[in-house]
Design a protein around this ligand. Structure first.
Ligand SMILES: Cc1ncc(COP(=O)(O)O)c(C=O)c1O
Length: 390
């Protein structure tokens, strides 16, 4: 018998695969896991196919194909208002997942504290544990009758910072709440950062999906924050290509140097033709600019449709997620309700409690489910009809 000691004894199958499996078994519509049920733009597919045909098809440089790093630089100047050096600061990674993991493993030492703002994306805590760090959880204010949205509690975040704080994890636009940052948030963050010496890992995977004409607000738009920030993003959500796993990480060179040491020995380099194809597509297309409007139409379609149901949508400011308040269906743990909805209505969703340290805790259960609207209109309409019948 092999004596195997797990490094992550508490980690099992994620709620995303659990709900997807249930959806498959019950032939339910899957509004749970966050991926589109449509193809990327044909021009992008052609650009990648051409790159495969023409090559090169051998190892890319460890830090990424130069044309793609240049395109990321240009995109980040336009979108986040910060100029990174493509050679020293930008690294192409295997999705945002690898950028986040390599960053945490490179920057967090044993005993370092990492602040997570709950609800938080499920990758952060286990990777902090792998790095030997300690997670410090700060909850967002949950929605109330007066303020029917999650909101950031900057006082609580300030209180959580100690001399041992190494990293503050941010994720805006926010999965699962759809919350975006405002300039006041950056004021508060700058104020805290001025008194402490921690890094900020800003997961901006949904940077190009912000609604109602609002801009994407990133911490790297403030020079005082950019100097301690690692900006992570991905082409998965931007190009409807979650299966391609191409992302990137931008940070001042001294930080990037450390992140690259981990990237080098976990992934080394990322698919060459994918990088070349994406770089040439980014040069010729305005596709990114239409993305917010594309998803806003889907958000509005779902919100409008749900008026006929007993689910009460909260406002989504960005991402392709919508939270719904389920109190009209009775009280109970969110996960039970998600399972019930899959069985009785034929629609799979994700309980928001899954984004907390202890999903079973009362403080993690606010009677909220997350619905993904990155689906064809016909899929959304089917789901709306089924939910209205509940
Ligand atoms: C907040 C957040 N960060 C990171 C990722 C992972 O991105 P990628 O698929 O590029 O690895 C996701 C994917 O769902 C996400 O929602």
């Amino acid at each position: 018998m092999i004596n195997l000691k797990s490094k992550l004894p508490l980690v099992g199958d994620t709620i995303f695969s659990e709900m997807s499996t249930l959806a498959q078994q019950l032939n339910a519509i899957n509004l749970g896991q966050g991926f589109p049920d449509y193809q990327p733009d044909t021009e992008l597919l052609n650009a990648v196919c051409q790159a495969i045909q023409q090559g090169p098809n051998q190892y890319a440089p460890m830090i990424g194909v130069p044309a793609l790093r240049q395109a990321i630089r240009d995109k980040t100047i336009a979108h986040q208002g910060h100029a990174y050096d493509p050679d020293a600061d930008i690294t192409v990674t295997s999705g945002a997942t690898e950028a986040l993991t390599s960053s945490i493993l490179a920057l967090v030492q044993a005993g370092d504290e990492v602040i997570l703002i709950d609800p938080s994306y499920d990758l952060y805590a286990p990777v902090v544990t792998l790095a030997g760090g300690l997670t410090v959880r700060v909850a967002m204010n949950p929605p109330t009758a007066d303020t029917p949205r999650f909101s950031l509690d900057w006082d609580a975040i300030a209180h959580a910072v100690t001399p041992k704080t190494r990293l503050l994890m941010l994720n805006f636009p926010h999965n699962p709440s759809g919350l975006t940052l405002r300039e006041e948030d950056l004021d508060a963050l700058e104020h805290i950062a001025a008194h402490h010496d921690f890094l900020i890992l800003s997961d901006e995977a949904y940077e190009h999906i912000v609604f109602d004409g609002n801009p994407h607000v990133s911490p790297v738009s403030r020079p005082a924050l950019a100097s301690r920030c690692i900006l992570v993003s991905s082409f998965a959500k931007t190009f409807h290509a979650t299966g391609w796993k191409i992302g990137y990480c931008c940070a001042p060179s001294s930080i990037s140097q450390e992140v690259r040491k981990v990237h080098q020995f976990t992934v080394y380099s990322v698919s060459t033709p994918m990088q070349t194809g994406i770089a040439s597509y980014l040069k010729q297309t305005q596709a990114i600019h239409g993305l917010s409007a594309f998803y806003q139409r889907k958000r509005d379609r779902l919100v409008q449709g749900l008026k006929a149901s007993r689910l009460q949508p909260l406002h989504s400011e960005g991402t392709f997620f919508l939270l719904v308040d389920t109190r009209a269906l009775g009280q109970g743990p969110e996960k039970d309700l998600a399972i019930r909805l899959t069985r009785e209505a034929g629609v799979a969703t994700i309980p928001v409690s899954a984004f907390y340290a202890d999903p079973a805790a009362p403080a993690a259960n606010h009677q909220l489910l997350r619905l993904c609207f990155a689906k064809q209109d016909a899929t959304l309409d089917d789901a709306i009809e089924k939910l209205a019948n509940l």
